[in-house]
Design a binder for this molecule. Structure first.
Ligand SMILES: [Fe+2]
Length: 497
């Protein structure tokens, strides 16, 4: 390692580099050496957070809105290493750590807990998405990654769940964040119990819809509906054209909408222990995409083949006469897969996400239109507009940093304009902006955006509350933590009742 690269403040990154094979380590080191100071300091957000905190936040700047009461739950990897300290390479590979920011009349209380999965407790599988178990192919034969419960945290019917798409949810105590149990809902989640981290909620019925990908005996989706009382039932199944990774779906008033991307693993290499499943995942545009429109009332499933689309996240969707409109964050090619497989040292500069609107006509034609030029991810919208025509989307955008999102942006999808709040200091980054409606408000943007900002120079994080009507005005309030929270994936706000 050359003297020019000072990784003193990034000990986990240093351990990661040391764990790589020589050629890969040299390449990773070269990538890091090319970074400017802001990009290098931004990498601190991926250092682990081993401490579980529980404290009232001392420092509140600004004024927390009196009507904002409840808890912002967030989930994401808290450490990219197993219980022995072995570094893990894939972005999706870290143990799930749930954070809770409870906003009440006294201010903000912060708490974080790791989900007590088998993996966290040092049991079970050791072959991960991007890191093989030690011992060569014999140690990895037929091994799938462990359930890390690290992708999302959702509250429904009085229960809080930490979600990971390759297995069943873990129920979490909403007050203490202690792990209650793995849930299979009376056996409705069978076999691997796959259950996506992106359920959709019907604002009228209160039902939660979700799905899991099953690859055997043939690739298919298993869809579930959980009623407002928390009863989960298998609802529909639909065949997939190939063994695809499907991360998200959307809801309209009539349909469950799937936009299947040809994100295809190599099951044979995994079965033989030759490569971890995440390293075999390829974008195969030659296989095309398919839109699946699954009627909520039990009618015939519509399958519409179209040109290949690479996406992980859908935004909202809605019925428009006989058409279905669905928004997604799309990528031009498969470079993103390589980036997330070795995320510690990767830049997303050449793999921008685009906010793209798809229209599926009644006659089965699919058209696409980019609605913004800003590289973006993590779309959110008003939960009351779920499945209905909407005007606004709230996203993370990237202006200056290569690997993280340094800006919160409100997209006006009708006017095709956008307003942004960029991080106030170089190297800082934001996680997903969660839109939280103001109680009693009627306008679609009447509410707040709740996000967490990583402050690189101080290596700490803060809760940031923005007025969703004009995020460019800057925070209405911030709650300063005394430590950092790793970047994380998704979260939701549960209003206090
Ligand atoms: Fe996601």
């Amino acid at each position: 390692m050359t003297a020019s690269l000072d990784l003193t403040a990034l000990p986990a990154l240093r351990r990661y580099l040391e764990s790589l094979p020589t050629a890969e380590r040299d390449a990773a080191h070269a990538q890091l050496s090319a970074l400017g100071p802001a990009d290098l300091s931004s990498l601190g957000v991926s250092e682990p957070q081993p401490v579980e905190y529980d404290y009232r936040v001392d420092r509140i700047d600004g004024t927390i809105p009196a009507e904002l009461r409840g808890t912002l739950y967030r989930n994401g990897p808290g450490r990219w290493e197993d219980h022995t300290g072995r570094p893990l390479r894939h972005l999706f590979d870290g143990d799930g750590m749930v954070s809770a920011f409870t906003v009440d009349s006294g201010g903000v209380h912060y708490r974080n807990r790791y989900v007590r999965t088998r993996h966290f407790r040092g049991k079970g599988a050791v072959s991960h998405m991007g890191t093989a178990a030690p011992g060569g192919w014999r140690s990895n034969i037929g091994r799938l990654p462990p359930n890390l419960a690290n992708t999302n945290v959702v509250e429904h019917a009085g229960h809080l769940y930490a979600l990971w798409e390759g297995g069943p949810p873990y129920e979490i105590d909403p007050a203490t964040l202690e792990t209650v149990a793995l849930r299979r809902f009376g056996g409705e989640l069978r076999w691997l119990g796959t259950y996506s981290a992106h359920p959709s909620f019907c604002p009228v019925s209160g039902a939660m819809f979700n799905f899991g990908v099953e690859l055997a005996p043939r690739p298919h989706l298993r869809m579930y509906r959980t009623d407002r009382n928390g009863r989960l039932g298998h609802f529909r199944s639909a065949r997939l054209p190939y063994p695809a990774m499907v991360h998200d779906f959307a809801l309209t008033e009539r349909y469950l909408v799937f936009l299947v991307s040809p994100l295809i693993p190599d099951p044979m290499s995994v079965a033989l222990g030759l490569a971890p499943i995440g390293d075999t995942l390829r974008y195969r545009p030659d296989r095309g995409s398919v839109v699946l429109l699954v009627p909520r009332d039990g009618g015939k499933i519509r399958r519409i083949e179209c040109d290949a689309v690479l996406q992980f996240h859908l935004s909202n969707a809605f019925d428009d006469g006989g058409d279905v409109v669905v928004d997604a964050i799309t990528y031009a090619d498969g470079r993103l897969l390589e980036r997330i497989a070795r995320f510690h040292t990767s830049s997303l500069a050449d793999a921008p996400g685009r906010f793209t609107r798809f229209r599926v006509t009644a006659s089965g034609r699919v058209s696409a239109e980019a609605l913004s030029d800003s590289p973006c991810e993590f779309p959110r919208h008003h939960p009351g507009r779920e499945g209905r025509p909407h005007r606004y989307a709230f996203v993370n955008t990237r202006r200056t940093l290569g690997a993280f999102y340094d800006t919160v942006t409100k997209l006006d999808l009708a006017e095709r304009t956008e307003v942004s709040y960029p991080a106030p200091e170089a190297g800082n980054s934001f996680c997903e902006p969660v839109f939280t409606p103001r109680p009693g408000g009627t306008a679609e943007d009447d509410g707040w955006l709740l996000t967490v900002e990583y402050q690189a120079a101080q290596h700490v994080s803060r809760l940031v509350i923005l007025d969703a009507r004009d995020p460019s005005a800057g925070p209405v309030a911030t709650a300063q933590l005394t430590h950092h929270i790793p970047q994380g994936f998704h979260g939701n706000f549960a209003p206090s009742s």
